[in-house]
Write a protein that binds this ligand. Structure first.
Ligand SMILES: [Zn+2]
Length: 495
């Protein structure tokens, strides 16, 4: 009724009745427009052959087709496209129940996804599109310095063949068979090893700050990335301690800094067992025991994110680790399940996609705890999603090591809990997002299981878990001694 009333009040020929035309594959499709500047998202998307679904609650449109997904709603200026976020020149807005977006939403996002290209003809009020071949590869760049290396992460919209060239002060990645849609021509970075990243033609150039730097690159999948790793020549390979090697020091200075994060705390209890044990109590006890056990097996400096019953926001926990320049971040939790029989330990590392439905559920529970803003891909509040993507890039440089550490911990914990391998899992834990070092989350046991709740209360079990984790961490670093070499991560998809 409100809409009909509004339309009846508009003078004839008012903006809401304007039409543009989109010509694609020989057919003309009418597209509602506001002044030839903004266009109906669903009219154009359907004309291009995409399916459009509207969320009744939020008015966010989900556009799908040809293996792509785009989310856009009123207020969206950072558009989630597949696994990327693409900025548009002004926010989408709803007028008279129709969602309108600026021209660049169509030209930069929708047309390329449909394999189409074409410019707006204002005089004829028409977009005449032609097949443009496969969509160009879009690229996001993140530069993360974790001593001793800088990682330049090129996150790609699809896998791509590349060829690399190393020169005195540059490292170039050429995209062989694909057109690319660079995020910028040049961006300068305030990084100790990398001064800028440039795009020109089919090539990305990483500018090195000094001649005496070495660069190499490798590919990662899911999501597709090219990681360029820059180190000083003769420096220990990344993942080795930047200080002197463990155990060989004469000064007695610890070689590693390890941040241990007892989950939850304060008003945020975490899961509660059938006998009343609160997760925050068990995680603090076990966290303190790990802190005591680690220096006995590894020369290390330990930082606890909390050593009392206080609430610490999730984001602050990784900030502490980043500030301390930690070599490793370890978050300690106790699992819960609706199935009272669920038992055993599980070790997680970060991924945007959970490795299975249950891992997703565990992450959801932990993320709800004290999260100021859980990452949502919805278009309405795009900034948290954008932050999430960028922070994920920070951790993505360490996914391989994180998975190795998780594997090492899980092997030890399986022996303690004497259960079948529950395995290592990937899940989008918010507490791991933003850690610029290998980071894992350990669910020590199921607090929801009456038997395991009793175990979590017992100092003996707590100690056994702490010792197991300490052994695993020591083994993880032992593999990273200079000379021990680092397994080449070339083109290995994350398991
Ligand atoms: Zn927890």
């Amino acid at each position: 009724m409100a809409l009909a009333l509004l339309l009846s009040l508009l003078p004839r020929g008012a903006r809401a009745e304007e039409r543009a035309t989109l010509v694609w594959k020989g057919e003309s499709h009418p597209v509602a427009t506001l002044g030839g500047k903004e266009f109906s998202v669903s009219d154009a998307a359907r004309g291009l052959g995409f399916a459009v679904a509207a969320d009744a609650g939020t008015s966010v449109l989900t556009i799908t087709g040809q293996g792509h997904q785009v989310l856009i709603g009123p207020g969206t200026a950072q558009v989630p496209v597949d696994r990327r976020v693409v900025p548009i020149s002004s926010a989408a807005r709803a007028v008279g129940g129709t969602l309108y977006a600026p021209a660049d939403f169509f030209e930069k996002i929708l047309f390329p996804l449909a394999g189409a290209a074409g410019a707006w003809d204002a005089a004829r009020r028409t977009w005449t599109l032609t097949a443009a071949g496969p969509a160009p590869l879009s690229i996001e760049v993140a530069v993360v310095h974790v001593p001793p290396a800088t990682q330049v992460v090129l996150r790609l919209s699809a896998a791509a063949k590349t060829a690399t060239t190393s020169a005195e002060k540059t490292y170039q990645v050429r995209f062989a068979d694909t057109r690319i849609d660079p995020p910028f021509p040049e961006k300068k970075y305030d990084d100790p090893l990398v001064s800028a990243v440039r795009f020109s033609g089919d090539t990305a150039t990483v500018e090195l700050r000094e001649p005496n730097l070495a660069a190499r690159s490798y590919a990662l999948a899911a999501p597709d990335r090219i990681v360029v790793e820059v180190t000083r020549r003769g420096a220990p390979p990344p993942g080795s301690p930047s200080a002197e090697p463990a155990g060989s020091g004469t000064s007695g200075a610890p070689a590693f800094t390890i941040v241990i994060d007892p989950g939850h705390g304060g008003s945020e209890t975490g899961a509660i067992g059938p006998g009343g044990l609160q997760e925050k109590e068990a995680t603090l006890d076990i966290g303190k025991k790990i802190a005591a056990a680690l220096p006995k097996v590894l020369p290390s400096r330990i930082v606890l994110t909390r050593d009392s019953d206080v609430l610490i926001p999730l984001d602050d926990r990784t900030s502490i680790a980043n500030h301390e320049k930690a070599d490793l971040f370890l978050s300690v939790h106790a699992n819960s399940s609706r199935a009272a029989s669920a038992h055993g330990s599980e070790t997680y590392y970060l991924s945007l996609e959970a490795s299975d439905k249950i891992a997703q559920e565990v992450a959801k529970q932990e993320n709800e705890a004290g999260a100021a803003a859980a990452p949502t891909p919805a278009g309405t509040s795009a900034n948290p999603a954008l932050d999430f993507v960028l922070w994920d890039l920070a951790q993505s440089a360490h996914l391989k090591e994180s998975s190795e550490l998780a594997e090492s911990i899980q092997t030890e914990l399986n022996a303690v809990s004497n259960t079948g391998n529950r395995g290592i899992k990937q899940a989008p834990f918010r507490v791991l997002v933003g850690a610029t070092m290998p980071a894992v989350l350990v669910e020590t046991a199921f607090i929801s299981n009456p038997e395991e709740e009793k175990k979590l209360l017992s100092p003996e079990f707590q100690q056994a878990v702490a010792d197991a984790v300490a052994r695993a961490v020591a083994r993880f670093f032992a593999r990273r001694q200079p000379g021990a070499g680092r397994p080449a991560p070339a083109a290995t998809p994350i398991p």
